[in-house]
Design a protein around this ligand. Structure first.
Ligand code: SF4
Length: 732
C-alpha cells in the first residue's frame, strides 16, 4: 500500500493562498487606554491568547501591581474578534487556582497509589534524563512516546525529535477529529481545518450532524453561524438531542443514534436521482460519479426511514431544500467524529454530499483559507537520522498521524515494537482515552511515565514524575498560526505575570532536560522571548508589533473559486474522489456503505455525551469562576421514559454499563423532552477522580468510566466512543 498523498500534504491542508506578511492594523488606541482613563498609572495591558480551549482566542490581560485583574477579548484576533466565551473570561480562575501544581513531584509510591515527594527541578529532571538515557540504550529512542494536547507541546515534540523519537500523538486525532479529517482528505485531498473553513456567515442553508455549536463555544464560529442565521440562513440539525443550536433550526431531525450514515446515503441518492447536484461542478472537478450513483441505489428514502426513524417525506424535503440552496450551503463536517467505528466512511459521505452540491470553494460553503508561515529557529542542527522502525500504525493504512490507540497497544503487547516511556503533556488521559483499565495496564508496563500539567488531574496519579507547567497566562509559547477566510493570523503568547510558585514554561523545562540529555545544541535560545524574536526576525515579522498587538493579520487572496483561482485537490487523481480507488486497494468500501450497529439491550440506554458551554472537559472543572456556574454534570433522560422509571428531576442516580462496570460517583437526573427515549446524555469532563482537584473531585459522573468498549475505525485507528450502553441505578 502506498499513500498517494503525504503526511505533509495533509498537514498543509488546502490553503489555496499563502500570504506574505503585510502591515497590519494595530489595536485601537481607545482599547488600550483603560489605564489612563482610570488613572491607574501602574496598569499594564498585555495581549496574549487563551488556552482554555484550542480555539486560542486573542485576549488582553489587564495587570495591576503584578496581578492580573481582568481579561478582555483582543479586537484584532480573528479567532475571537474582541470577544471571549465564558471560559475565556475565567482566565483568573485558571491562573490563581491554589490547587495548581506548584512544585516538581516524584512518586515514591506506586503508579495509581502515589506517595509524593517534593523535588527540586534539578532533581526531577535528573531522574527523567537518567531514565531516558537507559531506555534509549536498551530499546531505542523510538520506544519513547509523547501524548499531548495544547500549544506548549511544540517544545516537547522538538525535544523528542532531538532525542531521536518521532512518536508523538494527540488524542484529538484518534479520539476526536481524525475520522472527519481523513474522510475529507480521502475525498478532497484536504482536511477542513481548525478553525474549520466553514463560510457560515454567508450560508443560505446549513446542515449539522450531532454538532452542538454554542454548547461547544467555538468563539468566531458561533458568531459566524449566528450571523448566518440572522441573515436568513435555513438550518437543519440531525441529533438525537435537541441541542441549543437544534432549538434554532428549521428542521430538527431526532435521528436514531448510530444511523446518520443511512440518512446521508439516502440524501446522496435523492440528490443524484432528482438531478439536484451541481452538474457542471461535478463534471469539472469530481471523478467516480457513475460508481457513486450505482453504489447508493439501494438507499431509498423508505429504507432510510426504517433505519433512522426520520420520516421519508422529511428526508426528501430536506434533500430538495439542499438542492434549492446549493452551492451556498454548508454541510458541516463536525469535529468530534469518533462515534461508532465506521466514522471515516460517515465523514466521507458528508464530504461526498458537499461535493455533489458544489460547496467546496463556494460562498456559503467551504472557503479556501489564507495561511501564513513563520520560519523555524535559524541554525538548529539536523535531527538525528531515524532508523527504520516498525510503524505502530501500519495496521491502519490511513492513520496519517500517529494514534494513541497504537501507542497504548504497543505499550501493553510490545508489538510491533516496544513502547517503554510516555511523556503526557496537558492531556488528562483518564478522560480522553476509552477503556480506562486498559490505559492503566499500558502505563503499568512502562519504564517511565512523566506528566506535565498545570493542574493535578486524574492522570497525575499514574506518573513517576510530575512537572508543574505554568499556565498560559505566565509564559511564552509557540507561535500560533491561523488560516482564515481572506486573511491569516500570527498570534503571540507572552507572559502577563511571572510564573507562580515554582511552575515553569515548557520552553524552559525542555531546554533544561535537553541539557541534561546532552542535547544542548538543539536549545541555543537564551529564553522564550529570544526564541520567538529570532524566528520572527528570520521571517521578516515585526516582533515588536506582535508583542504590542498580540496578533499580526495579513490579507490573502480569493476564498472562493474564480476563473483565476482554481482549486487544487491533493488526491491521487487530482480531483474530488466520489469513488476512492485508494480505499478499494486497501480492502475498504470505495463508496461508503451502511452497516447496522447494535442497539441498546432492554433496560439500557445508549450513552451520549458532549460539551458544556462553560467548561472545557476536565481542564476547567476546578476553575472557581466556572464551578460557581456549573459544578457537576447532570443526566438527561427522556421525561416520559424517566417517569416510567420512577425518576424525577434532581434525583441522584448511578450508572452501570453493559460490561457491569459501575461509574464511581452519582449524577443528578434531568428529565427533558429534548432527548429521544433510547439514549441518555451528559456533559463530558466531570466525575474527576483526583484528590488534588478540590472543587472538581467526585462531582458528577465521568462518561469515560463507562466507555469500556470502543470499536476501532479500521481505516485510521480512531476509537468509537458512542457504542456503550448504560442502565440507571436508583438511590445513589
Ligand atoms: Fe478561550 Fe473561549 Fe476562545 Fe476557547 S473559545 S479559546 S475558551 S475564549
Amino acid at each position: 500500500m502506498s499513500l498517494k498523498f503525504s503526511r505533509r500534504t495533509f498537514l498543509k491542508a488546502s490553503g489555496a493562498v499563502t500570504a506574505g506578511v503585510a502591515a497590519a492594523t494595530t489595536v485601537p488606541k481607545k482599547f488600550l487606554s483603560w489605564a489612563e482613563e482610570t488613572g491607574q498609572k501602574d496598569m499594564k495591558q498585555i495581549p496574549t491568547f487563551c488556552e482554555l480551549c484550542f480555539w486560542n482566542c486573542g485576549l488582553v490581560a489587564k495587570v495591576e501591581n503584578g496581578k492580573v485583574v481582568k481579561v478582555d477579548g483582543n479586537p484584532l484576533s480573528l479567532r475571537g474578534r474582541g470577544r471571549l466565551c465564558g471560559r475565556g473570561n475565567a482566565a483568573l480562575g485558571a491562573l490563581y487556582d491554589t490547587d495548581r501544581l506548584k512544585f516538581p513531584l516524584i512518586n515514591i509510591g506506586k503508579r495509581g497509589e502515589p506517595v509524593w515527594k517534593r523535588a527540586t527541578w534539578d532533581e526531577a529532571l535528573g531522574v527523567i534524563a537518567g531514565k531516558m538515557k537507559g531506555i534509549k540504550e536498551k530499546y531505542g529512542a523510538e520506544s519513547m512516546a509523547l501524548i499531548y494536547h495544547g500549544t506548549g507541546a511544540a517544545f516537547w515534540k522538538h525535544l523528542m525529535h532531538a532525542y531521536g523519537s518521532t512518536l508523538s500523538a494527540a488524542p484529538s486525532f484518534a479520539q476526536c477529529r481524525g475520522p472527519r479529517d481523513i474522510g475529507f482528505v480521502l475525498t478532497f485531498g484536504s482536511d477542513v481545518g481548525s478553525p474549520e473553513y466553514y463560510d457560515f456567515s454567508k450560508s443560505k442553508y446549513i446542515v449539522l450532524f450531532g454538532s452542538h455549536l454554542g454548547e461547544n463555544a467555538h468563539n468566531s464560529q458561533v458568531q459566524d453561524i449566528m450571523n448566518g442565521l440572522a441573515e436568513g440562513a435555513k438550518l437543519t440539525v440531525v441529533d438525537p438531542r435537541l441541542s441549543n443550536i437544534a432549538s434554532k433550526a428549521d428542521h430538527w431531525l431526532p435521528i436514531k443514534p448510530a444511523t446518520d450514515l443511512a440518512l446521508i446515503l439516502a440524501w446522496i441518492r435523492i440528490i443524484i436521482e432528482e438531478g439536484l447536484y451541481d452538474k457542471e461542478y461535478v463534471a469539472k472537478y469530481a471523478t467516480g460519479f457513475d460508481e457513486l450513483r450505482a453504489a447508493v441505489q439501494k438507499y431509498t428514502p423508505q429504507w432510510a426511514e426504517e433505519e433512522t426513524s426520520i420520516a421519508s417525506d422529511v428526508i426528501v424535503r430536506v434533500a430538495r431544500e439542499m438542492g434549492e440552496f446549493a452551492p451556498n450551503i454548508c454541510i458541516g463536517a463536525g469535529r468530534f467524529s469518533a462515534w461508532y467505528g465506521d466514522d471515516t466512511q460517515r465523514s466521507r459521505a458528508i464530504a461526498i454530499l458537499n461535493a455533489l452540491l458544489g460547496t467546496w470553494g463556494r460562498e456559503g460553503g467551504y472557503f479556501f483559507p489564507t495561511g501564513a508561515k513563520v520560519p523555524e529557529y535559524p541554525g538548529l542542527p539536523a535531527y538525528p537520522e531515524h532508523v527504520e522502525v516498525a510503524k505502530l500504525d501500519e495496521v491502519y493504512p490511513f492513520a496519517l498521524l500517529p494514534t494513541t490507540t497504537s501507542i497504548k497497544q504497543a505499550s501493553i503487547t510490545g508489538q510491533p515494537r516496544p513502547v517503554k516511556a510516555w511523556f503526557v503533556y496537558g492531556s488528562n488521559l483518564m478522560k480522553t482515552m476509552p477503556d480506562k483499565e486498559e490505559t492503566i495496564k499500558a502505563i503499568q508496563n512502562l519504564d517511565l511515565m512523566v506528566a506535565i500539567d498545570t493542574m493535578p488531574m486524574d492522570i497525575i496519579n499514574y506518573a513517576d514524575v510530575v512537572l508543574p507547567e505554568c499556565t498560559y497566562m505566565e509564559r511564552y509559547d509557540n507561535i500560533n498560526l491561523g488560516k482564515f477566510k481572506g486573511a491569516s493570523e500570527i498570534a503571540l503568547r507572552q507572559p502577563t505575570i511571572e510564573p507562580l510558585w515554582e511552575s515553569k514554561p515548557s520552553w524552559w523545562i525542555t531546554k533544561e532536560l535537553g541539557n541534561k540529555l546532552g542535547l544542548a545544541e538543539f536549545f541555543p535560545w537564551k529564553d522564550g522571548e529570544e526564541y520567538l524574536a529570532k524566528r520572527c526576525q528570520a521571517g521578516n515579522i515585526d516582533f515588536a508589533q506582535l508583542k504590542r498587538d498580540g496578533v499580526i493579520i495579513s490579507k490573502g487572496g480569493s476564498p472562493y473559486i474564480t476563473a483565476e483561482s482554481q482549486p487544487e485537490f491533493g488526491t491521487p487523481s487530482g480531483k474530488i474522489e466520489l469513488y476512492s480507488k485508494q480505499l478499494a486497494e486497501n480492502g475498504f468500501d470505495p463508496v461508503p456503505q451502511f452497516t447496522r450497529h447494535k442497539t441498546p439491550p432492554a433496560g439500557y440506554f445508549r450513552l451520549l455525551f458532549g460539551r458544556a458551554p462553560l467548561h472545557t472537559f476536565s481542564r476547567t472543572t476546578n476553575n472557581f469562576m466556572l464551578t460557581d456556574l456549573q459544578k457537576e454534570n447532570s443526566l438527561w433522560i427522556n421525561a416520559k421514559k424517566g417517569r416510567e422509571l420512577g425518576l424525577k428531576n434532581g434525583d441522584y442516580v448511578s450508572l452501570i454499563n453493559h460490561d457491569g462496570v459501575i461509574a464511581s460517583g452519582r449524577i443528578k437526573v434531568k428529565l427533558t423532552q429534548r432527548l429521544r427515549d433510547d439514549a441518555v446524555y451528559m456533559n463530558h469532563g466531570f466525575g474527576v477522580h483526583a484528590k488534588g482537584m478540590g472543587r472538581a473531585n467526585g462531582m458528577g459522573i465521568a462518561d469515560d468510566d463507562l466507555i469500556t468498549k470502543a470499536a476501532i475505525d479500521p481505516i485510521m485507528g480512531g476509537t468509537a466512543l458512542r457504542g456503550n450502553f448504560v442502565k440507571i441505578v436508583k438511590g445513589a
